[in-house]
Design a protein around this ligand. Structure first.
Ligand code: SF4
Length: 478
């Protein structure tokens, strides 16, 4: 058992990546990090770096050691040292990580950058230095090629707009989002009023800085927890923006138990072109296990109602590794999805975060089956004509896997691509919303207060100086 990670010589500066990588191998262990002290006993890994060489040692009864000359480039040395540790841990545990030493949220972005930098030699770099498996490399390649058209559609001076509705009818047991249910729903009215004020600030800013809006995304939470008149109020507020250049307008209608004809009409009237209706599973027992408070039949009913109201671009989310699910019942979910034939399917892998109630009952989740489920999803969806178009990973994700968005031909969600690949600035309004300012020099984030009560009570303080801050960024970067 490995319980400590030692950093010797100058290796301490690689602590962040090294810790994330060792945690991926031992997700439920607490690994002690030790600096400036020599390893004692057994059950440790040590990393050493100086100007001349890099070395990783693993001791657990037996002692194994790997070393390499330093490349004399800090960024590359970090990867090389993590690679040495990866090889030792792989041999020690018998586990191969699908994404090799990549532990971050956006592996496709890293692989895209490798193609830009190494051109013909990129494949070698991705396999040999990053240790990404051939299968994941192939998936990343498909995604990069699926994203090409979306990238071409990006205009200079364009931004996307994100609007957060942080309320849900009840809280799902696996949820780690900032979303309030129960008594907090009483705050909806006050929240909406202030959200519209925040949006007004951004509307003026977009106009004054000569920006255009290319996509709008109303997320949550569950935006359709709003009553029809509240939804209309929000959509009327958004209609005050110049939306003439918007090519995609999404609203999450994730929980089928919140969807009604009146709400669908309000969304349609407000210009929404794409919605999400999320089954997560078509197995009623699993739905009960995760506290979704709706049935599979409600998903079919909501889906058919949305089609009747003219929604021809629908996403459905499902999750691999849910408690009570197994590979057969997950396959059943996939078959039902194929019949339903949504334009997008997003296959999530269960990620257990401390802020979810399921984290504390994690032995009930079928985490060990998640890899087979994800493979089954890829096989079945690709044979049904879908292809992967975006991907991201989360902390504590089962089997170190990923979340993959699949789409039918030409139905990529542009917002998902722009946001996940950090290709465009996103102006975000509402609770826990994070605006991302992207320019040639990097990415800056401006984060709003997390919870509705904070957002309401601290609204003026939160937005103090915000317009000037954004104005400065956009007038400088255009
Ligand atoms: S519907 Fe979505 S946001 Fe709401 S509690 Fe469930 S997982 Fe969380």
């Amino acid at each position: 058992m490995i319980s400590s990670l030692y950093f010797l010589g100058g290796a301490g500066k690689y602590k962040y990546e090294a810790e994330r990588l060792i945690t991926a191998f031992f997700p439920s262990e607490r690994i002690e990090l030790c600096f400036d002290s020599e390893p004692k006993g057994d059950g440790w890994v040590s990393l050493y770096a100086d100007d001349e060489h890099l070395q990783a040692v693993l001791s657990d009864g037996d002692r194994k050691q790997l070393s390499l000359p330093s490349s004399k480039d800090g960024g590359r040395d970090e990867l090389l040292l993590c690679g040495l540790m990866y090889d030792l841990l792989k041999e020690h545990t018998g586990i191969s990580m699908p994404w090799g030493i990549l532990t971050g949220v956006r592996p496709v972005k890293v692989i895209r950058a490798a193609y830009d930098k190494y051109r013909d030699r990129a494949g070698e770099y991705i396999s040999d230095v990053l240790r990404v498996s051939k299968e994941r490399q192939a998936t990343a390649n498909k995604i990069i090629s699926a994203q090409r058209k979306a990238v071409e559609r990006l205009c200079d001076n364009s931004v996307s707009l994100y609007v957060s509705i942080p309320f849900c009818p009840t809280r799902c047991s696996y949820c780690s989002f900032i979303s309030s249910a129960g008594n907090a729903l009483k705050l909806k009215g006050e929240y909406l009023k202030l959200l519209l004020c925040e949006l007004d600030i951004y509307r003026e800013l977009i106009h004054d800085c000569g920006l255009t809006v290319s996509t709008v995304y109303i997320g949550g939470g569950t935006p359709t927890v709003l009553e029809p008149d509240e939804l209309s109020l929000l959509l009327d507020g958004l209609a005050r923006f110049d939306l003439s250049s918007v090519i995609e307008f999404t609203a999450e209608a994730g929980r089928p138990d919140t969807i009604t004809e009146e709400k669908l009409r309000a969304l349609k009237r407000g210009g929404v072109t794409r919605i999400s209706i999320n089954p997560q599973t078509f197995n009623d027992d699993v739905l009960k296990n995760i506290g979704r408070a709706h049935t599979a039949k409600q998903v079919y009913d909501a889906f058919s109602l949305a089609r009747q109201h003219g929604f021809d671009n629908i996403n459905t989310d499902i999750i691999a590794g849910l408690p009570g699910d197994d590979t057969d019942s997950f396959h059943y979910t996939l078959e039902r999805l194929r019949e339903l034939s949504p334009e997008n399917v997003t296959v999530h892998t269960l990620s257990l975060k401390r802020s979810s109630t399921l984290f504390y009952k994690r032995e009930k989740a079928n985490i060990s089956g998640a890899a087979a489920m994800v493979e089954d999803a890829a096989r079945l969806l690709e044979s049904a004509g879908y292809y992967p178009y975006y991907m991201y990973r989360q902390k504590n994700i089962a089997d170190n896997l990923e979340n993959v968005g699949y789409c039918k031909s030409g139905r990529e969600c542009l917002y998902n691509i722009y946001m996940m690949e950090e290709l465009q600035s996103i102006i975000a309004a509402g609770c826990a919303a994070s605006s991302k300012l992207v320019d040639g020099s990097g990415i800056r984030r401006i984060v709003n207060y997390k919870y509705p009560f904070e957002y309401i009570s601290g609204f003026d303080k939160m937005l103090d100086g915000r317009a000037e801050q954004l104005r400065k960024f956009f007038t400088r970067s255009i």
